[in-house]
Design a protein around this ligand. Structure first.
Ligand code: ASP
Length: 399
């Protein structure tokens, strides 16, 4: 693992800016103008900015949310309503197994969801953690913002609040997510009672496999077939067991007037310890907006983002004059900093930051560049053209 050189950084920065629609005008705040001048020749100074604009993690594109949200935004909807309309597409779609309905559950097979929303024009916000039985935690977070003098509800209280507001109560665990969870449970530990027991002809074989030797992946695959997981679901389920996935959507929306809002929503880390919440529902970590500066959000390992208060850090860096790209890379550097004593461990960290400034300049960056043979990570942008763009990254993967 190596930190990128100055020259490489500058090259990547200008490449990323080249692909980023950006905005520069006389009404750009002085702090931002000065900063852009530090990058002479950068398209940041030349390209006409496009507003309205929305950015999100790539799943905003894959599940249609960026199209739906942008239509609302362009039609004059409030920026927070537009951002929420985007993420509702993921929350209600059972095929997104990292957000809302159909999300992968906790250790006990219970789906608990986290979300927070922040409205730039008023600086109002709302949040829910470990809420159950509601498909759209983002809308519950907004209901807290709209209907109470409080901000953050968790667990049973959050669910009860949602019920009182008329949200439909549903079982969030789909059969597909349940099957993946059963697979995880049966293959997980040598020291529990799941899987073939002492009375089974397969006992020794199972114990051997659970030691997670080189055949472990094969064993999980085989077990998936034995459990009757349909072939077309198997790869996802097996991968979720081998590498418990994170997955979330962060979406930020800016309208033509320069108003901005953001939302983050997730089912969190698959197979998490019951009660665990990550960064997504934390205002200032998973999502933060300052109506005079911009929005910052994150996906990936929430534990790291909480430690750097990523959403707030992104916005503060932009307030100090950093571009969205610089803000994303600097926030990633702070994550890296915590691992200075254990650089090898950093390889286990997967985290992304997203930043949108009130002038329409935007960026997204991930900690690690693509592994050999892999394509760069992407994020979604809609400024009238709905598309995916490659993310910048801080560190080159060196295996
Ligand atoms: N940040 C989320 C969490 O830690 C998960 C993710 O984005 O992958 O719960």
């Amino acid at each position: 693992m190596s930190r990128i050189s100055r020259r490489e950084f500058a090259k990547r920065l200008s490449a990323a800016m080249g692909s980023a629609a950006a905005f520069f005008s006389a009404d750009l705040p002085a702090w931002a103008r000065g900063r852009e001048a530090a990058f002479p020749g950068s398209p940041m100074q030349k390209n006409a900015g496009k507003r309205p604009i929305m950015i999100s993690s790539a799943n905003g594109y894959h599940f249609g949310g960026m199209r739906v949200g942008y239509e609302k935004l362009a039609a004059g909807a409030d920026t927070l309503d537009a951002a929420i309309a985007c993420v509702n597409m993921n929350e209600t779609n059972p095929d997104d197994m990292s957000v809302g309905y159909g999300g992968l559950p906790d250790e006990n097979g219970v789906v608990q969801l986290d979300s927070c929303v922040m409205h730039g024009p008023t600086m109002q916000c709302g949040a829910v953690g470990a809420i159950e039985n509601v498909k759209t935690p983002s809308l519950v977070a907004k209901a807290i913002m709209d209907n109470t003098d409080e901000i953050f509800f968790v667990g049973r209280g959050a669910t009860e609040f949602a019920k009182s507001m008329g949200f439909e109560m549903v079982d969030l665990l789909t059969d597909r997510a349940r099957r993946a969870w059963v697979l995880w449970r049966e293959t997980r530990s040598l020291y529990d009672s799941w899987g073939a027991g002492l009375d089974s002809p397969d006992y020794e074989k199972m114990q051997e496999m659970k030691k997670r030797g080189p055949d472990f992946a094969y064993f999980v695959q085989k077990k998936a077939a034995e459990l009757g997981i349909p072939e077309d679901e198997r790869e996802v389920a097996v991968n979720a067991v081998l590498h418990p996935p994170h997955g979330t959507i962060n979406c930020q929306a800016l309208n033509a007037k320069g108003e901005i809002s953001g939302v983050t929503t997730t089912s969190g880390l698959a197979w998490k310890i019951p009660g665990r919440v990550g960064d997504s529902p934390i205002i200032g970590a998973g999502n933060y907006v300052d109506g005079e500066v911009g929005a910052g959000g994150s996906t990936g390992r929430g534990e790291e983002n909480i430690r750097v208060a990523g959403g707030h850090t992104l916005v503060e860096l932009m307030r100090q004059g950093k571009t969205p790209m610089e803000a994303c890379l600097e926030t990633l550097r702070r994550v890296q900093h915590f691992f200075k004593a254990y650089p090898e461990r950093l390889k286990k960290v997967e985290i992304q930051f997203y930043a949108l400034r009130v002038d329409g300049a935007y960026a997204a960056a991930t900690l690690w560049g693509p592994r050999p043979g892999q394509k760069p990570a992407q994020f979604a942008v809609n400024d009238g053209t709905n598309r995916l763009e490659d993310m910048a990254y801080l560190l080159k993967w060196d295996g």
